[in-house]
Write a protein that binds this ligand. Sequence first.
Ligand code: F3S
Length: 380
Amino acid sequence: MDLTREQEALLEDGTPAEGKAMELLVALGTIYEADQLIPVSSVHVSGASYAIVGEAGLRFLEDFSSTGRVRVPTSVNPLGMDTVAWKEMGVSSAFADRQALIVAAYRRMGAEETWTCIPYQDGNRPDLGDHIAWAESSAVVFANSMLGARTNREGGPAALASAVTGLTPNYGLHLAVHRKATARVEVEPEISGFEYALLGDHVGRELGTGVPLLAGPQGSEDEWKVFGAALATSSDIDMFHARGVTPEWKEADAEHLPVLRVTDGDLKAAQEELTTARSYGIVAFGCPQLSRGELEYVAELMEASRPEAPVWVFTNRVTAVDAKDAVERIERRGGRVWSDTCPEVMPWPEAGEVGTSSAKAAVYLPRLCGQRVFLGRPED
Ligand code: F3S
């Protein structure tokens, strides 16, 4: 891989964090046969919850942050707790202390303290054609597909390396040739809301990899957001096109693509497959974290009929402030809105049964948090 003189200097004479970052990016670029490192305009990093990164991750971040400073706008995934109301969540002081050290490390590096997995809905929203380096699969698929920005699915350390160098290796979805459709998905039923999550799960399981082009659903931004999160969870797919919706679908279309037909039965089967509990003791909304519009919808539902189980709602602080009215309406009806965190990266006090409308949560709550899941429509 060819490095410019400036890049060579960063590798040889940069701070220890910059040197390590360059080594990592050059190694990645070599593995994937990138021709060069290219500048990025934004970075999104994952790996901020102490429940996920543990002591090893904390030590790495403390070390890296002693000499690493971000060079481009950098947002960071959710923490393991609400930084204000952590005691009410049942989080222990020991956990909160370790989590605070992670926050301090990201602060030293100059990252944005938004603790979000929907950076594109709260301030870090790239434009068509922008090269970026994002971790967090749901955000990656949204950025590539809905915005036409260009990123591979970075791991947390690689994204951090891009943050302190402003660079990423030029391969994969940075190149137009890999953004073409590889399969056409014809969706027979008219779908809305929750069904987008089921569709994402099903298409991911069926195709596994590549770039699907969907024909049929027109969806809202929030519907495609839950579709993409489920798609990236059940597969290695990091980009889709939707006819008449996404910015690159016309150039991406091709003749003689293999066709996947999706029926109503396929969506029902996906729901059954992901359901591991017959009922639930608590409801969790917010995987991905909820947007302002989604918070307003939850408020509407809770005003229409008071839920029988406690309702926990997850978003980030930027959105919670922006949607203050909806947050107050949810809490007036007995719900609880948490910021800075998410249902899969917080330490649940005990195993139980969680009701959710998120197909991604239905995969990770059992795997990461020992929870069984009742997957259903938020309206129910
Ligand atoms: Fe976001 Fe946590 Fe789900 S980071 S996509 S809410 S697992």
